[in-house]
Design a protein around this ligand. Structure first.
Ligand code: FAD
Length: 401
């Protein structure tokens, strides 16, 4: 079927037809609203719909965050904050909870503000969600091109057949919603000449020059550069865990290498008193109350074996410096671990009130393919849900005019 035009609805460009490129969180919620309004929706995806929901929240699907003030909510997006004011003023946390409730998915809020389905199952969310969009036409093909034509848009797709030969198909649609996520190459949009901010990994572990024993978690470590406290995990490649994910997000566009400094034990800590109280104990045994033993051994080397009574003021200050000013050079991100990407379609190309491209009427962009990304905690799915609603609502309003 090479180069064949496939036009449904008897060859006419039926006005109620919408193509959605990408059947992830944003694409499927957009389809949900459009179906309810009676639109004829086709989703193109290389894989099965809502597959990207399955690993979210460690399989539990952290689908939103309990921040109900839309301006406060928008502060959790290192890229996109101002753009999202308008989006979140139309569809925010309370609307997300309400929509999922309508789909038969009740939610609860964890102590840290993260919102999960009562089932604690992303699989359950996916199944119930798919049950609500049964009338969508799913086309399992990879989009390789989108072109603007007189009557709308031409979508080109490629399908690898069993002989390894590429079949190319073309489809015409009066309106298209692009929802291909943050991990897709956006090269298929090159003919549209939209500005793309190069995607960089975010919410990701960082590779360090210095390696500490892997598998160790330190609680409530302070990042001295960013003045934020959270847990850190030492790994075979460097550092990871909640604190590092936040730092990787804030510094997603910074060039490597860069230096980070941490206070590994920011609480009050009178080392001299402890040395005086336990003169015959090794330093490592005194400090093991505060930090794991094998971590101290790597951090302090030979000093860790010295008896407390032999520690003079200079060595004491060196120990304190190693704990309160632990520095590492960051030389990259841990490949393949990124949760989201920082970058995508430049927000200056998009009208935040409609999600429509400023240069192309009836072409919409939603979700992570935009230059929007948030911290961990349900913010990235909230972006997908909210932008999906705004685009669907705008399509519906425009059609009904
Ligand atoms: C391991 C992991 C855990 C996460 N956990 C959470 C969490 O708990 N809470 C949270 O808020 N966020 C979480 N996120 C982030 C969240 O999943 C994404 O931000 C969100 O799914 C983005 O939605 P989207 O619809 O924009 O893109 P996606 O959900 O990524 O969907 C994009 C879809 O487009 C398809 N596609 C891509 N290119 C093409 C093409 N050329 N042709 C056809 N189809 C294409 C893909 O196959 C995919 O189905 C997590 C991410 C990961 C990786």
């Amino acid at each position: 079927m090479e180069h064949e035009f496939k036009i449904s609805s008897g060859g006419k460009l039926d006005c109620g037809r919408v193509a959605i490129a990408g059947g992830g969180a944003a694409g499927c919620l957009c389809a949900y609203f459009l179906l309810k309004a009676g639109f004829d929706v086709t989703i193109f995806d290389i894989a099965s719909p809502l597959r990207t929901l399955l690993p979210t929240g460690g399989g539990r699907c952290n689908l939103a965050h309990a921040e109900y003030d839309y301006r406060e909510l928008a502060k959790n997006y290192p890229r996109g904050e101002k753009f999202l004011y308008s989006v979140f003023s139309r569809f925010s946390t309370a609307d997300t909870i309400d929509i999922f409730q309508k789909m038969g998915i009740k939610t609860y809020t964890q102590e840290n503000g993260r919102i999960f389905p009562e089932s604690n199952s992303a699989k359950d969310v996916r199944e119930k969600f798919l049950g609500k969009i049964k009338n969508v036409k799913f086309v399992r093909e990879k989009i390789t091109g989108i072109d603007c034509i007189d009557t709308g848009f031409k979508i080109t797709t490629a399908l690898n057949n069993s002989s390894g030969r590429k079949n190319e198909s073309r489809y015409l649609f009066p309106r298209v919603v692009v929802a291909v996520g943050g991990h897709s190459s956006l090269g298929f949009m090159k003919n549209l000449n939209l500005k793309i901010i190069e995607p960089k990994p975010s919410l990701v572990g960082l590779n360090t020059d210095k390696k500490m024993p892997s598998g160790i978690v330190l609680k409530n470590v302070l990042s001295k550069d960013l003045n934020i406290k959270d847990d850190i995990l030492f790994t075979h490649f460097g550092i990871s865990g909640p604190l590092i994910y936040t730092i990787s997000s804030i510094k997603a566009r910074e060039n490597f290498p860069y230096k980070l400094t941490f206070d590994l034990y920011p609480e009050d800590f009178e080392l001299q008193n402890l040395l005086n109280t336990f003169p015959h104990k090794d330093v490592k045994n005194i400090l093991s109350k505060f930090l794991p033993l094998n971590f101290i051994k790597t951090l302090l080397g030979e000093i860790s074996d010295i008896k407390a009574c032999k520690i003079n003021g200079k060595i004491r200050d060196l120990i304190l410096d190693k704990i309160h000013n632990f520095s590492v050079n960051i030389c990259g991100t841990n490949k393949g671990e990124e949760t989201v990407t920082a970058g995508g379609v430049d927000l200056n190309e998009i009208n935040p009130k409609t999600m429509e491209a400023k240069k192309y009427a009836n072409l919409y962009f939603i979700g992570e393919c935009l230059d929007i990304d948030g911290f961990c905690g349900g913010f990235n799915l909230q972006n997908a849900w909210s932008t999906a609603f705004v685009a669907a609502n705008s399509i519906i309003e425009k059609y009904c005019k």
